[in-house]
Ligand binder design. Structure first.
Ligand code: SF4
Length: 90
């Protein structure tokens, strides 16, 4: 289980770069709309995991859309500046 605290996340993108299995992508990669319009919306995930420059803006968030590919390496946890990521095995 991967949880990203979006109140703490400030779109640094370190987790996206660090993850060896490409679990994360920017939340609005597929749908370039304001975050408020994504409420209750779904993203299928395109596989897009571009680095920091791919974020739409600093309110974009890292989304662990491929959570099932996680290998519990904890790289994302250790590189996140605001320590916004929690990983637990279930
Ligand atoms: S703990 Fe999982 S999500 Fe985090 S970097 Fe490692 S494989 Fe990716």
């Amino acid at each position: 289980m991967i949880a990203v605290d979006w109140d703490s996340c400030y779109a640094d993108g370190a987790c996206i770069e660090a993850c060896p299995t490409q679990v994360f992508q920017w939340y609005r990669t597929e749908q370039d709309v304001p975050a408020i319009e994504m409420a209750n919306a779904t993203s299928e995930g395109t596989g897009e995991n571009s680095m920091k420059d791919a974020r739409k803006d600093y309110t974009d968030k890292s989304d662990p859309i491929r959570e099932h590919d996680c290998t519990w390496c904890m790289a994302c946890v250790s590189v996140c500046p605001p320590q916004a990521i929690k990983v637990r095995s279930v």
